[in-house]
Write a protein that binds this ligand. Sequence first.
Ligand code: SAH
Ligand code: SF4
Length: 357
Amino acid sequence: MRLAPRHLADLDPAGRRAWAQELGYPGMRAAQLATHYFGHLTADPAAMTDLPAGTRAELAATFLPPLLTPVAQQVADGGRTVKTLFHLHDGIAIETVTMAYPDRVTVCVSAQAGCGMGCPFCATGQLGLQRNLSAGEIVEQVRQAAALARDRDLGRLSNVVFMGMGEPLANYSAVARSLRAISEAPPAGLGISARNLTVSTCGLVNGIGRLAAEGLPVRLAVSLHAPDDELRDRLVPVNRRWPISQVLRAAHGYFAASGRRVSVEYALIRDINDQQWRASLLAERLTHYGTGWVHVNPIPLNPVAGSVWTASRPEAENAFVETLRRAGLTVTLRDTRGREIDGACGQLAAKEAKANG
Ligand code: SAH
Ligand code: SF4
């Protein structure tokens, strides 16, 4: 696995300053470059008129190397959803989706190229893990989305969800560093409130504990998909290591530590996990800790090529949601924005990877 070139966004402000000095530049150059990158969302030396003309290009190339090259873009929902396929420096593909809503603009970012967790209903899971992304590669997805939202008049980028390719808690240190660089105020970071960042995990209990100890008020989403270990062992194989009881205990611990309500994600798969008894069992297991700590987000399965699994029937979906609501839980059916451009579930990049053999 070839690492990405080092980038200003890989380091905290003190580290950026030390890096500039190490290379013989005045330490203040790091803060000037950070102001352009995080504050003005640009890595283009032509815009950096406060830097000495003779070294602008060299400074930008050294500290802000191009990490992501856009190679394809798909637009849907009347221009309100934009999916970009990027190549990393080593040619590996990842994707990022920007979605504009009336009250917010959200970007869905990838934390890894591919994923090693092997969930059989997930397109990214079929790829296996290609490599971890660096903090800079994660932040750069957000920086480019913020510039895109601005340039297309979609509004200011306000939310970031780690629901693209990969398992964020399996790439913990880069993800934690990216959360700081995304949430710190400019010029240290992009200034997107930590409360508007969501980290979605398939249930890595050790990572949930580490994230709780981080002290950042980010939202945690847990991809549960089944209320019983027998089924979850199949749908989310890492359940064999950390079963549901441990995942829910860690998720509730995250709520207790952060005060942030945890989201439980549940992809509704026809006749697999959408039965009434499973809705009741899910309600029972979640309300074991009360009702105020959790919010359930069912989403109709986005079928992947070559799989026999399909989305639940609307009646099953409604009955499932009603059962949870009757138990006092809050439930929002997650929208399927961008479905006609293959959703946010790694499918475009997965297709390209398959086409390239
Ligand atoms: N690896 C992390 C985050 C990326 S996946 C995780 O699993 O949580 C983001 C969300 O999309 C997860 O809830 C995941 O279970 C869900 N997902 C994956 N494939 C899907 C599909 N085909 N249909 C619907 N949701 C899917
Ligand atoms: Fe990985 Fe999440 Fe897909 Fe599972 S659902 S394979 S953890 S990206």
